[in-house]
Design a protein around this ligand. Structure first.
Ligand SMILES: *[C@@H]1O[C@H](CO)[C@@H](O)[C@H](O)[C@H]1NC(C)=O
Ligand SMILES: [Zn+2]
Length: 267
């Protein structure tokens, strides 16, 4: 009885401290560290509940249980203009208004998607057999009929020379502060498109890796990395800061944050 009581007390006190909800309807500010960092995203607003309870959360460590899928290609123009914005969490890139938005179609695992934009995570969010990379770029798409999200992840390694052409026109040095916006012309998409066509591609059903951590996101991740130069990586790293969510449980597994709340095990 005594030990049951102390279990109850422990649970009650952790519930009280968990009630940091913002109730004013504004988007709760979140970050990658401290009191509004990834282990507490679910406490910032009830909208973020899945961050702490979802059982198909991203990113994951891609091991041998994760399937691969054929039939992926990006069917983009060879070069295109993008609007790049430092939004305080990443550098977010969208096709420029002078581009025909319908020109950015992709086939992901045999299904037709439309590109919404792409952004950067340093270090990588996904891992493959326990190993991460310095950078992961997420190409965010929506399914042309269902509207479901499909995200294609490409890893980058750092190399001493000039890196892949994709980064050559990226003005990361002028995107160092939140709110900085740049128009970047003639971004080459050739290497990216060739890589998607020729890579082994893992797929699984996961989530957004940022609040509100919504699920039913179709994930596609290329196994092999492309290359970014030391210089461009340095500029990008300073623009985005550390912006990688911690590795989540495997698809279908109980959320790791719920596992950590097992009061019985801590008494
Ligand atoms: C992988 O993609 C294939 C083809 O789109 C799909 O049928 C399958 O359900 C996907 N697997 C997972 C685990 O999402
Ligand atoms: Zn992302």
């Amino acid at each position: 009885m005594r030990s049951q009581l102390s279990v109850l007390l422990l649970c009650a006190s952790s519930l009280v401290s968990a009630c940091l909800y913002k109730r004013d309807g504004e988007q709760a500010p979140w970050s990658y560290e401290g009191h509004n960092g990834p282990v507490l995203w679910h406490n910032l607003t009830p909208d973020n509940g899945l961050c702490g309870t979802g059982t198909n959360q991203s990113p994951i460590n891609i091991d041998s249980t994760i399937t691969t899928v054929d039939g992926s290609s990006f069917n983009y123009p060879a070069e295109a203009d993008f609007i790049l914005e430092n939004n305080g969490h990443t550098v977010d890139c969208k096709p420029s208004e002078d581009e025909d938005a319908t020109a950015f179609r992709s086939t992901l695992g045999g299904a037709e998607y439309q590109l919404l934009g792409f952004h950067f995570h340093a270090p990588s969010e996904h891992r493959v057999n326990g190993l991460g990379y310095p950078l992961e770029v997420h190409f965010v798409h929506k399914h042309v009929r269902t509207g479901d999200l499909g995200v294609f992840g490409i890893f980058f390694d750092i190399e001493a020379s000039e890196g892949d052409d994709f980064f050559h026109q990226m003005p990361f040095r002028q995107l160092q502060a939140k709110g900085d916006v740049m128009h970047a012309e003639d971004i080459s998409l050739r290497t990216i498109m060739a890589h998607v066509r020729t890579s082994r591609v893992f797929n699984y059903s996961g989530s957004l890796t940022t609040p509100p951590c919504s699920e039913k996101v179709n994930w596609f991740v290329a196994e092999q990395p492309l290359l970014i130069s030391v210089d461009q990586y340095d500029a990008l790293k300073h623009a985005v800061g550390f912006n990688s969510r911690f590795t989540q449980g495997m698809p279908g597994e109980k959320n790791l944050l719920q596992q950590s709340e097992h009061c019985e095990e801590t008494v």
